[in-house]
Design a protein around this ligand. Structure first.
Ligand code: FAD
Length: 543
C-alpha cells in the first residue's frame, strides 16, 4: 500500500507457522494488563483497529474474567485499576449476572468483569490481508523456503529461496524484512546477525461444543489452562508455555493434555465429560534481548531490529515477538523501519482501509455460514456437514490455486474437516472433487487423502477415549473398511533430481520428524514420534 515493489516468501502455505496454530483470541489486553501493560495497550489499540478493518474475520463474543475459588480475590481489584490506567474498558458485573450469561460457568465464582475480548479467524485474516496485498501489487510465493541470505560486504542484498522441486531462486531486494516469528533467529543467522528468540510452546485442546459463548478467563496472573475461547462450533482451552530448543521439533505429552482438561474444570465444571476433539500446539516468538527468563515472563510486545544500527549489517530489518492481534501494527512498524533505512517517508494507511470482505464492517456471527447455506439449499451440494462447506465454495478454492492444493491447504482455507467428525465424512468427498477438478491421477489423489488423514491423526490420536474414540473408529471404518486406503495405488517417490510433477498435490512443511508423507513412513516401517496412525493389524489390538 506504500507503493513498493514487494515479494513475500513462505516455506509452507500461508499461516502454517504459529499463525494458524494459536488460540484465536482477539485480545482486549486484559490478559496482560497487570503484568505487561505495554503489550496490553498495544493489544487494545489494535483490537479497536481490527474491528474496523477486519470485521468479517471477527466474532464479537466479548470476554469475561472470573474469580474462581482457587484465585486470589484481590487480583480483580488490581485488574480493574490496571484497566483504568491503560484505558481498557472493563466493567464488573454481579456473579449472578455472569452465570445468567454463561450458565455452564463454575457457580462458585465470586467476581466477574466484562472486557472487549473477541475471537478472530487467523486463516480468514491472513487470506484477506494477502488478497489486499496482491491487489496492491505484491507477489506471494508460498512453498518457497529461504535457504540463504545474500550479502554484498556489509549489506544484505536479498535471499536465495528453494521451491518444492528443489530449484533455487535468487531474489534481489533493496531491503529484506525478516518476519519469521519463532524462526527469526535462524534467518538472521544466515545474514550473520544474532537475534535471540525463545520459542515458547503452547498447546490447546478443542471440545466438540461451544461450552461458553464469551472468551472466559480466570482473573489472575496468566497461567496454564486458564482461558476457554469459543471458536465457531467448538471451545478451545489453553494453553501451556514451555521453552523449547527447536521451533520445528517438540512433542505434545499426555500430561500436558490432562493438565488442560483438569484446568477446564475450574472454569466449567464437567469440562472433563465434554468430548475432546483435537489437540495441537504452536510456538510463540518471544524476543529476549538480555538474560534468559521464564517464557511467561518475557514481554508479549514486539520488537523491530534494524541490523544496520544493531550489528552494522545494512539492508535487513527483523520484526519479532508480538501477538497475532498486533500483526497490523507489527507490519506498520517494520515498513516504517524499512522506509527509514531507504531514506523515504511514506504514510501507512492500513489502519484506515477495511480489508476485502470487511467493507461493510459487519462482524462474523456463529450463524453466518448457515444463513449462506440456506440461500443455496437446493442449488448446491453440502460437502462438510460440520462446517457447512458447499461444493461450489470448495471447487472455487481448488480452482483458485496455481498448483493443486493439498487437502490440508483446503482445511486452512475453508475449515473443511475441522468439525466434530474431523474429516470422516467430508474428506473422501473432497478428494474425489480435487481429483475431478484438477485431473489428478488416482494415485496422487489417494496420496492427498492419506496425507490429510495422517495430519489429522496427529491431533486426534492423543485424545482417543469415550465418544471421540467411537468417532475415530467410525472414521477408520469409512477409510479402511470402505476404501481400503492402506492398499490404494500411490505415487512412487520421484528420483531426487527429477522436477516436481504438477499433478502431485502440495505438502505442508511439517516439523522435522513429521516431514515424510504417511506413505513414505509406512514404506520405511517407521513409527515416528508416537503419533503415527497405526497399521490396521496393530489397531485391532487397541481397545
Ligand atoms: C499456544 C499459543 C497461543 C496463542 N494465542 C494467541 C491468541 O489467542 N491471540 C493472539 O493474538 N496471539 C496468540 N498467540 C501468539 C501468536 O500466535 C503469534 O505471536 C503470531 O501468530 C506470530 O506470528 P508471526 O507471523 O510472527 O510468526 P508465524 O506465524 O510463525 O510466521 C512465521 C513464518 O515464517 C515461516 N518461515 C520460517 N522459516 C522460514 C524460511 N527459512 N523460509 C521461509 N519461511 C520461513 C514459517 O513457516 C512461518 O509461517 C499464541 C501463540 C501460541 C504459541
Amino acid at each position: 500500500m506504500r507503493g513498493f515493489s514487494t515479494v513475500l516468501v513462505e516455506r509452507g502455505d500461508l499461516a502454517t507457522g504459529t499463525t494458524g496454530r494459536f488460540h484465536g483470541l482477539l485480545h482486549s489486553g486484559g490478559r496482560y494488563v497487570v503484568k505487561d501493560p505495554k503489550a496490553a495497550e498495544e493489544c487494545y489499540a489494535e483490537n479497536v483497529v481490527l474491528r474496523r478493518i477486519a470485521a468479517d474475520c471477527i466474532e464479537d463474543t466479548g470476554g469475561l474474567f472470573v474469580t474462581t475459588p482457587a484465585d486470589d480475590p484481590g487480583y480483580a481489584d488490581r485488574f480493574l485499576q490496571s484497566c483504568a490506567a491503560t484505558g481498557i474498558p472493563a466493567e464488573e458485573i454481579p456473579a449472578a449476572e455472569a452465570l445468567r450469561r454463561e450458565p455452564r460457568l463454575n457457580p462458585r465464582i465470586s467476581r466477574a468483569i466484562i472486557v472487549p475480548d473477541a475471537t478472530v479467524d487467523a486463516w480468514k485474516t491472513v487470506w484477506t490481508t494477502a488478497r489486499s496485498a496482491t491487489e496492491h501489487g505484491a507477489q506471494i510465493l508460498t512453498y518457497h523456503q529461504v535457504v540463504d541470505m545474500t550479502r554484498d560486504g556489509d549489506t544484505v542484498t536479498g535471499a536465495v529461496v528453494r521451491d518444492r522441486s528443489g530449484a533455487e531462486v535468487r531474489i534481489r531486494a533493496e531491503i529484506t524484512i525478516n518476519a519469521t516469528g519463532a524462526w527469526a533467529g535462524q534467518i538472521a543467522a544466515m545474514a550473520g546477525c544474532e537475534v535471540k528468540v525463545l520459542p515458547g510452546k503452547g498447546i490447546m485442546v478443542a471440545t466438540n461444543h461451544r461450552l461458553v459463548n464469551m472468551c472466559v478467563n480466570r482473573c489472575e496472573m496468566p497461567g496454564d489452562g486458564d482461558i476457554i475461547v469459543p471458536i465457531r462450533t467448538v471451545s478451545v482451552i489453553g494453553t501451556t508455555d514451555v521453552q523449547v530448543a527447536d521451533p520445528d521439533d517438540w512433542p505434545i505429552t499426555r500430561a500436558e493434555i490432562d493438565e488442560m482438561i483438569t484446568a477446564g474444570e475450574a472454569l466449567v465444571p464437567g469440562f472433563r465429560e465434554a468430548r475432546t476433539l483435537r489437540v495441537w500446539g504452536g510456538v510463540r516468538p518471544l524476543f529476549q534481548d538480555d538474560a534468559p527468563a521464564e517464557t511467561r515472563d518475557v514481554t508479549r510486545a514486539h520488537a523491530v531490529l534494524d541490523h544496520k544500527t544493531r550489528d552494522g549489517v545494512a539492508g535487513l530489518v527483523t520484526i519479532t515477538g508480538g501477538k497475532f492481534c498486533t500483526y497490523r501494527l507489527m507490519a506498520q512498524d517494520a515498513v516504517d523501519a524499512a522506509c527509514k533505512a531507504l531514506g523515504t517517508s511514506r504514510p501507512c494507511h492500513t489502519a484506515d482501509e477495511p480489508l476485502p470482505d470487511s467493507q461493510d464492517q459487519s462482524f462474523y456471527h456463529i450463524s453466518s455460514r448457515l444463513a449462506g447455506r440456506e440461500r443455496t439449499l437446493h442449488a448446491d451440494q453440502l460437502i462438510c456437514e460440520c462446517e457447512l462447506v458447499r461444493r461450489g465454495r470448495l471447487v472455487a478454492e481448488i480452482e483458485r490455486r496455481e498448483v493443486p492444493p493439498s487437502l490440508d491447504d483446503i482445511r486452512r482455507a475453508l475449515r473443511l474437516g475441522m468439525g466434530p467428525c474431523q474429516g470422516g465424512f467430508c474428506m473422501y468427498r473432497a478428494t474425489g472433487i480435487l481429483h475431478e477438478e484438477r485431473h489428478l491421477s488416482a494415485a496422487a489423489a489417494d496420496d492427498a487423502m492419506l496425507d490429510f488423514l495422517q495430519e489429522r491423526w496427529k491431533g486426534v490420536q492423543p485424545l482417543l477415549h469415550g465418544d471421540q474414540l467411537r468417532q475415530a473408529w467410525l472414521d477408520d471404518w469409512i477409510f479402511q473398511g470402505v476404501l481400503d486406503v492402506e492398499h490404494l495405488p500411490h505415487v512412487e517417490p520421484a528420483p531426487a533430481d527429477a522436477p516436481a510433477g504438477h499433478d502431485v498435490p502440495s505438502r505442508v512443511q511439517l516439523p522435522a520428524q513429521e516431514r515424510k508423507s504417511a506413505r513414505e513412513r509406512r514404506a520405511a516401517g517407521q513409527r515416528g514420534s508416537g503419533q503415527q496412525r497405526p497399521a490396521r493389524s496393530q489397531k485391532r489390538t487397541q481397545p
